[in-house]
Design a protein around this ligand. Structure first.
Ligand SMILES: Cc1cc2nc3c(=O)[nH]c(=O)nc-3n(C[C@H](O)[C@H](O)[C@H](O)COP(=O)(O)OP(=O)(O)OC[C@H]3O[C@@H](n4cnc5c(N)ncnc54)[C@H](O)[C@@H]3O)c2cc1C
Length: 457
């Protein structure tokens, strides 16, 4: 252990007396649990985890990390695939004790603290017959999802999560607590809408809500051997689907082990029109199952939680497709035939409608044309390091085989730590402005444990 590291450990113990929240050190009983995130493959060992109770704790921790020259990371829900909410030998700002949600039904807004999950926001909004545009799983953290952009089942109708973000409270690298919105620090507000955690630590988010807490949803299942024609139908249909209808899809194994392709549409609007709009989903081939039913959006978001339990090993890659060529379809189907685990999947998010009508440079998130985002998702029960490699290799091979047919940029929350070179493509014309803002707000790159925009020189 270096003398710098020893001195830091001594100083960290003293940090405790300046906090309202809890300081968790490696020798504490709570440490092992506190350093665990959703992905069981992540095995980082921070020097301390600061479970903040309020904004002052966040400010003190940022200042302390800078004074001591310690790595710093920020944990919202801890669902980042490669565990960027944690860091080795540094400090973690942990928001799991800051999860207050407050709904203003008159203004149709929600104010949430940074440790809130999607399910907690949606559950609270539902009490007032309201809904928010969110990602597709209740258990996932809102903070990291929002900062990356936020794809979800309502984005055709209401836009991405960031298109409904009204304001943030954010602690800068200087340790200042600012409110950023379209009037106050608008450049910072622009940057956090898609630029990730690069610009500060967000302590609270304010979102716009919408009336109507239920959706028409459905399950349409086809056997994998029909996947080529079914994917062609999906591609053609999604490119003309109305805003109200957003259609997620996945090539996967069903719980009883059958390889299949699944469509999970959501329609927000008149249910009678929704039924009619979903009709073509039955006609891409011969479905094994085709059901449609109304559901509370909050219930819909818990449907798939059980498929991705906390602690299993996961790895992923992302590719975005402006259209699905025959070669891309061939590659996707062929990769599904090569799944190395029954828990792996190829998952499509359908980006269209209101999300596509936002201008490329209105927010930092730049991938504003209609597209299908593909998650190349490996999940497995860990047995040996050798077997881990088999699953990792499947994602690498699949991603590189599909890359020639895909867009250059991809959703930054799907970029793994080794994909720094894809970041400028993902931000496209916004990248230069983001680098400039990074220099202005975080020239020392204090906030680096993220898909990192480097301030350069
Ligand atoms: C099962 C599963 C399903 C998913 N489904 C979707 C989906 O439907 N749509 C979608 O868009 N994405 C989806 N994702 C990806 C998701 O957007 C990211 O994993 C996201 O990072 C989760 O947010 P989090 O708060 O849990 O992240 P964390 O792991 O806590 O953090 C992720 C990153 O954000 C930074 N960060 C976190 N909180 C803050 C903060 N308060 N201030 C500053 N920086 C912060 C962290 O430092 C880190 O770099 C899914 C992920 C999983 C695991």
């Amino acid at each position: 252990m270096s003398s710098h590291h020893k001195r830091s450990l001594e100083a960290i113990k003293r940090l405790r007396q300046h906090l309202t929240g809890t300081l968790i050190l490696p020798q504490d009983d709570a440490y092992e649990q506190a350093r665990r995130v959703w992905n069981g493959m992540v095995d980082k060992r921070p020097s301390a985890i600061v479970r903040c109770a309020n904004e002052q704790d966040v400010i003190r921790t940022v200042q302390f990390a800078r004074e001591q020259d310690l790595p710093l990371s920020v944990r919202g829900g801890g669902h980042d695939y490669c565990g960027r909410s944690l860091c080795d030998d540094g400090l973690v700002i942990d928001f799991s004790a800051m999860r207050n949600v407050s709904i203003d039904p008159e203004r149709r807004t929600a104010r949430v603290q940074a440790g809130t999950t999607i399910g907690e926001l949606i559950g609270a909004a539902r009490q007032h017959g309201l809904v928010a545009s969110t990602g597709s799983l209740a258990m996932v953290g809102l903070a990291g999802q929002t900062l990356g952009g936020g794809y979800g089942p309502l984005m055709g109708k209401f836009g991405m999560v960031i298109d409904n973000l009204l304001s943030v409270d954010i602690v800068t690298a200087e340790g200042q607590l600012l409110t950023a919105n379209t009037n106050l620090h608008p450049d910072l507000f622009w940057a956090v809408r898609g630029g990730g955690g690069n610009f500060g630590v967000v302590t609270a988010f304010e979102y716009r809500l919408h009336p109507g807490s239920s959706v028409l949803t459905g399950t349409f299942l086809y056997p994998l051997d029909q996947a080529r024609e079914v994917l062609r139908g999906y591609h053609d249909f999604t490119s003309t689907a109305p805003d109200e209808l957003t259609i997620g899809a996945a090539l996967l194994h069903t719980p009883d082990g059958m390889p299949a392709i699944l469509f999970a549409p959501s329609y927000h609007g008149s249910f009678a029109e929704g039924e009619r709009a979903m009709e073509p989903l039955r006609t891409f081939g011969t479905p094994l199952l085709s059901t449609v039913q109304p559901m509370e959006y909050s219930d819909l978001l818990t449907t798939f939680n059980a498929l991705v339990p906390v602690g299993r090993y996961y790895f992923y890659k992302g590719q975005s497709f402006a259209g699905l060529s025959s070669e891309a379809i061939e590659g996707i189907v062929e990769s599904a035939h090569r799944f190395t685990s029954p828990f792996s999947a190829l998952i499509f998010h359908h980006f269209h409608g209101a999300a596509s009508r936002v201008g490329v440079s209105e927010t930092a998130f730049a991938l504003r044309q209609d597209h299908l985002l593909l998650e190349i998702f490996a999940g497995w029960e860990h047995q040996s390091a050798e077997q881990d490699q088999t699953h990792l290799q499947w994602t690498y091979t699949t991603s590189s085989q599909l890359a020639p047919f895909a867009m250059e940029g991809v959703y930054i929350n799907l970029l793994d730590s080794g994909e720094q070179e894809r970041l400028p493509h993902s931000f496209g014309p916004n990248y230069a402005r983001l680098v400039e803002l990074k220099r202005a707000y975080d020239p020392g790159n204090v906030f680096h444990s993220n898909p990192n925009i480097q301030p350069g020189t």
